[in-house]
Design a protein around this ligand. Structure first.
Ligand code: AMP
Ligand code: GLY
Length: 425
């Protein structure tokens, strides 16, 4: 059997989960990561390159005999890393830059959705600050102000009042998100529970993965500032997402990939649909051009497939022939964060108890913001530190196992939500 050496870009819990699943493949060869984290470095070597540089990544992959480059985060995709890797004849998991605009430009995504007839919030887009302010005043009520480009998850202002909306417009055009804010999208405010649907695609075949529900606010009861995600579970039960909702969501994913194809764009990789389940059915909040974080940490453990073969098939256009099956178990993941996150926080705190937690039935601890010091001690190195994930035959059991494991882990300033999945119970 010919082995495939893999280079994985990224440093979060999502990438640790991807790496662990890829390592299970019988064909997985040598594993390299950049930049990686404390958990990933226990499985892989570091490639001394910048993940955002298309030439560095492509040249390094070519000179090290890499057979597959897997791109975790969005920034390298928008920069064209996948294009550069494919140009060297190396397989890549992740869309080329033209397709990654589904995440890289909110206006582009809105226009594709309109042409594909996909339900989403009504919107207008602006490059002129005065016109944008005038529109927000005219709306005179709740709306959502979004920087068009990538803003590391911070460029969305959910405004209840005209004042909040104007402050959001000021942030965008004032340069708080750099170039990302030079075009601004103002959207109708939607209401309802949120649901994520990830789909794998080779540009033609679209394979929806299991549903999941993220918890974006920092504190219990969905209070506090928006974060990258504080916890997640999968699947989302029927009382929250009906079979009809799910089929609408799957239809949306298919339509978007097909629409892009008719426009000459092959979307190859993972397409992430973020939906709001409104009274009028599911509507798209956003698309991402990559796996979700922390959604990946509950979706992959439930997926029965050889992830390496699946990723190669996405690149080769043979996804239709590649088997993916699902367990009927449940998964819950709780994020352990540093005190202060998503604001400023301290790093370098010693982490204990991971081995004990990982030894519990069904529990896997994915590393996010961790690093190893020169003595091999594991230290905190980010806002979101660990994703404590448990799989079990029932939702209640998965949740119990995840929280029991959280109690076994300790670091100075450990902060987490105690109500992940409460809505599903
Ligand atoms: P996004 O990065 O576009 O997913 O936005 C981040 C979060 O802002 C979403 O998960 C929602 O909670 C919220 N959001 C985005 N768009 C809307 C909208 N049109 N109406 C209400 N909430 C929204
Ligand atoms: N969990 C939200 C995201 O990955 O964008």
């Amino acid at each position: 059997m010919d082995k495939v050496d893999i280079l994985l870009l990224g440093a979060g819990g999502r990438e640790h989960a991807l790496l662990m699943k890829l390592a299970e493949s019988p064909r997985a060869g040598k594993l390299y990561v950049t930049p990686g984290n404390g958990g990933m470095l226990q499985l892989a070597d570091v490639a001394p390159i910048s993940q955002d540089s298309p030439t560095e990544v492509a040249d390094w992959a070519a000179s090290h005999g890499i057979g597959l480059v897997v791109v975790g985060p969005e920034a390298p995709l928008v920069e064209g890393v996948a294009d550069a890797v494919r140009a060297k004849g190396i397989a890549c998991f992740g869309p080329n830059a033209d397709a990654a605009r589904m995440e890289g430009s909110k206006e582009f995504a809105k226009l594709v959705m309109a042409r594909a007839g996909v339900p989403t919030a009504a919107y207008r887009s602006f490059t002129d600050r005065a016109e944008c302010e005038a529109y927000v005043r005219e709306l005179d009520g709740p709306c959502v102000v979004k920087a068009d480009g990538l803003a590391a998850g911070k460029g969305v202002i959910v405004a209840q009042t005209t004042e909040e909306a104007l402050a959001g417009v000021e942030q965008c055009f004032g340069g708080a998100f750099g170039d990302a804010g030079s075009t601004v999208v103002v959207e109708e405010m939607l209401d309802g529970p949120e649901c994520s649907l990830l789909a794998l695609t080779d540009g033609t075949t679209v394979v929806p993965l299991a549903t999941s529900q993220d918890h974006k606010r920092a504190y219990d009861g969905d209070r506090g500032p928006n974060t990258g995600g504080m916890g997640v579970y999968s699947p989302v039960p029927e009382h929250l997402v009906s079979a009809k909702d799910l089929s609408t969501m799957v239809d949306v994913m298919n339509r978007v990939v097909a629409q892009l194809r008719t426009e000459g764009i092959t979307y190859s990789g993972c397409l992430y649909g973020g939906f709001m389940l409104t009274e009028d059915g599911p509507k798209v909040l956003e698309f991402n051009a990559r796996f979700g974080d922390p959604e990946t940490q509950v979706v992959l453990p439930r997926m029965h497939a050889d992830l390496l073969e699946v990723f190669l098939a996405c690149d080769a256009g043979t996804l239709e022939d590649t088997p993916i099956e699902w367990g009927d178990d449940w998964a819950v993941s709780v994020v352990l964060a540093s005190a202060g996150y998503p604001g400023s926080y301290e790093s370098g705190k010693c982490i204990t108890g991971i081995d004990e937690a990982s030894a519990q039935d069904g529990v896997t601890v994915y590393h996010a913001g961790t690093k190893l010091d020169s003595d091999g001690n594991l230290l905190t190195a980010g806002g979101r530190v660990l994703d404590v994930t448990a799989v079990a035959p029932t939702f209640a059991e998965a949740r119990e196992r995840a929280y029991a494991a959280c109690d076994l882990i300790d670091f100075d300033g450990k902060q987490f939500r105690t109500d992940i999945g409460a809505r599903a119970l």
